[in-house]
Structure formats: structure tokens, C-alpha cells
Design a protein around this ligand. Structure first.
Ligand SMILES: NC(=O)c1ccc[n+]([C@@H]2O[C@H](COP(=O)([O-])OP(=O)(O)OC[C@H]3O[C@@H](n4cnc5c(N)ncnc54)[C@H](OP(=O)(O)O)[C@@H]3O)[C@@H](O)[C@H]2O)c1
Length: 340
């Protein structure tokens, strides 16, 4: 691969542990396989699933790289066989099944998206994981439609801010829950229609008051556990409950009477183990219907803090502190490995 070094700097922990396992090491630059491109990574997003992976609590899909990182932005520097849509020198952002915390990363061509107009590579790197997740769950699984109301937990999380912006862009009313008054204010400033401080208020009563007792059309849930029963109380007629995580527990109590009376649908999904074909279709749909909205200001990247790759441990500590609003991103320099 002309102009591409043999080795690179990456974060590739030897085993599970605290943030301190995230130290820079030298690794071979990956070679793109059939249908893949090689990206010289400028920035990589940090997501909660990276923390779970670091702790050894994430079921890794077979064949996924041990290097963490689910989203990147950078420049294409090599093409594998069977590619043809993209060219060397193009800037892209991409959803990856792992390998993002590194100077170079391979990615199936179909999972690349253009860098949205007006966005930096750091901002672009903050998008794929949450946009693929929220787009598919809010609209494809949850059947969210203009004029409907969605209850979104974790309003200031990476997922939450994306959900707020997508609801606003596509005509849904959003009600979010957050863990403090400050986070509620931040969510409202980003465009949430209502924000509930779940530590100070009962979100079930608040949702009933906001919706005049009708309930919401859908819940995007990352909490699980005892929230399941409470979410079901918040859902109105023909409501949809979409699970994307279970931070308070994998099991919960379900009132089947409510499911039957209200005609509820309960569903959920996990993005990472899905096929390249599925993710490529999602990328096409995002490119057609969502990416153009960045140019007009209808959508924006919400980057809270940027850390150098070498400080990935600090980035994880910061994410785990829960202080962030939106995304944490790693910026990746190239002096060292290129000189090697
Ligand atoms: N299924 C999928 O395909 C998929 C894809 C991506 C992410 N996810 C999941 O989605 C979640 C959000 O990811 P992220 O990267 O956006 O994470 P993040 O920015 O770290 O946010 C986590 C959020 O969870 C909230 N939270 C934590 N514990 C809570 C509790 N006990 N009760 C209520 N809220 C709680 C926090 O809200 P407060 O600080 O306000 O309490 C915070 O906003 C993660 O659980 C992640 O694993 C799933």
C-alpha cells in the first residue's frame, strides 16, 4: 500500500480492566479485505459500548478487532478488491465493528458516509454510532412519525442528543429524562420539547401531565430494569417500546394487561453484530434522508470534549463521570507512526 506505514499507534488493551488498560501500543496497519477500504483516521468517537468492552462486559461479534472504537472519520488511503464507489483521497466518516482507536482502520465500503457539509473531521467522527442506532430504532423499529411524541431516556447522552435532534428534524415532540436540572437545561437548549429531572420528579406522572393523559407514541429506552414497567405506563394507544440498552438490568416486570389493552409493541436491537449488508443499507438511508440536513443547520454535531488518542484512558474516565453532554471524541495525530 503506497505511502502507508507498516505499523501504527493504537489502543489495544491486553485484557479487561479500568481506564488504565487503554495505553498506546504499536500494531500492524490492517490490510483492507475484499469490499473494504483503509482509512487514515483523524478522529474516533467514544461511546458507552466502548466502556462495556473495556470492562469485558460486551459480547464481541465474531471477527471484530480487539482495538476498541465504533466510529471514525478520516481519509481513504487504500482500497481493497471489490470496491469501486469510493476513491483514495476522499474524506469519509464510517461505522466500524471495532478498530477505531487507531491511526488506521479498515471498514466495509458500504459503511462509509461522506463528511457532512460544514463539519470538521472531529465532528463527523462523532456521528455514525448514534445516528445509525437512533435512525434505525426510532424510525424503522419504532415507526416514529411526524406529529408523534417520543420519550427518550438519557437525554444528554450521545444517543440522547442525536434522538433530540432527529425528533426535531422529523417533526416529533421529544420528552427526555436526565439526571440533573443542569442536564435538563442542556437538553432543552439542544431542542428537546420537554425535559424531566428523573432524580427529582416521577417521570411517569410528568409524562401523563405533558401528554394530557394520552401517553407517548414511543419510548427509546437505554435503562431497562424497573423502567420497563414505568415506560409501559407512559405509552399510549398502539405505543412502541424500543430497547437499546439495559443499564438498570436486563429483566423487568411487564404488565401484559397493558400490552393487550393498549396494543403495544415491544422491540429492540443491537447494531454492532448486524451484517455489513444491513449497515450498508442504513448508511444509504442516512446519506439520502439525514446527511443533507446538516448543510442547512437542521442537524449538528454535539461534541462535548476532545482528547488525544494517547489520553483514551482520560476520555473513558470523563465519559464514565457522566458529566458530558453529547459526544466525547479522540483526535488522532500521525507524526509518530508515519515516521516509523
Ligand atoms: N443497541 C445498540 O445498538 C446501541 C448502540 C449504541 C449505544 N447503545 C447504548 O445506549 C446507551 C447510551 O450510549 P451513549 O454512548 O450515548 O452513552 P453515554 O453518553 O455514556 O450516556 C449514558 C446515559 O445513560 C444515562 N443513565 C445511566 N444510568 C442510568 C440510570 N440508572 N437511570 C437512568 N439513566 C441512566 C445517563 O443519564 P444521566 O447522567 O442523566 O443519569 C447518560 O445520559 C448505552 O447504554 C449504550 O450501551 C446501544
Amino acid at each position: 500500500m503506497a505511502g502507508v506505514p507498516v505499523d501504527m499507534i493504537a489502543i489495544d488493551p491486553e485484557g479487561p480492566g479500568g481506564p488504565e488498560v487503554l495505553v498506546p501500543v504499536q500494531r500492524p496497519v490492517p490490510v483492507p479485505k475484499d469490499g473494504e477500504v483503509l482509512v487514515k483516521v483523524a478522529a474516533a468517537g467514544v461511546n458507552r459500548p466502548d466502556v462495556l468492552q473495556r470492562l469485558g462486559l460486551y459480547p464481541m461479534p465474531p471477527g471484530a478487532p480487539s482495538i476498541p472504537g465504533l466510529e471514525i472519520a478520516g481519509e481513504i488511503v487504500a482500497l481493497g478488491s471489490g470496491t469501486g464507489r469510493l476513491q483514495i483521497g476522499q474524506q469519509v466518516c464510517a461505522l466500524v465493528a471495532g478498530g477505531g482507536y487507531a491511526q488506521y482502520c479498515t471498514v466495509p465500503e458500504g459503511q462509509c458516509l461522506p463528511v457532512p457539509e460544514g463539519l470538521t473531521l472531529i465532528e463527523a467522527a462523532s456521528l455514525p454510532e448514534t445516528y445509525f442506532t437512533v435512525w434505525s430504532n426510532l424510525f424503522e423499529r419504532g415507526y416514529g412519525a411526524p406529529g408523534e411524541t417520543a420519550l427518550i431516556h438519557g437525554g444528554t447522552s450521545g444517543i440522547g442528543v442525536t434522538a433530540i435532534l432527529l425528533c426535531k428534524a422529523f417533526g416529533l415532540t421529544s420528552i427526555v429524562t436526565c439526571g440533573s436540572a443542569e442536564k435538563c437545561a442542556a437538553a432543552l437548549a439542544l431542542g428537546a420539547d420537554h425535559a424531566i429531572d428523573y432524580k427529582a420528579q416521577d417521570f411517569v406522572a410528568e409524562v401523563a401531565a405533558i401528554t394530557g393523559g394520552r401517553g407517548v407514541n414511543l419510548v427509546l429506552d437505554m435503562v431497562g430494569g424497573d423502567y420497563l414497567a414505568r415506560n409501559v405506563k407512559c405509552l399510549g394507544e398502539s405505543g412502541r417500546h424500543v430497547s437499546i440498552a439495559f443499564q438498570r438490568g436486563q429483566t423487568g416486570e411487564l404488565d401484559l394487561g397493558a400490552v393487550m389493552r393498549k396494543g403495544l409493541i415491544l422491540t429492540g436491537s443491537m447494531l454492532r453484530p448486524r451484517s455489513i449488508e444491513y449497515k450498508s443499507l442504513l448508511a444509504d438511508s442516512l446519506a439520502a434522508d439525514v446527511w443533507p440536513l446538516f448543510a442547512g443547520g437542521g442537524l449538528k454535531a454535539v461534541v462535548d470534549r476532545v482528547f488525544p488518542l494517547e489520553a483514551a484512558a482520560d476520555a473513558h474516565r470523563y465519559l464514565e463521570s457522566g458529566e458530558h453532554v453529547g459526544k466525547v471524541v479522540l483526535e488522532i495525530a500521525h507524526g509518530q507512526a508515519d515516521a516509523a
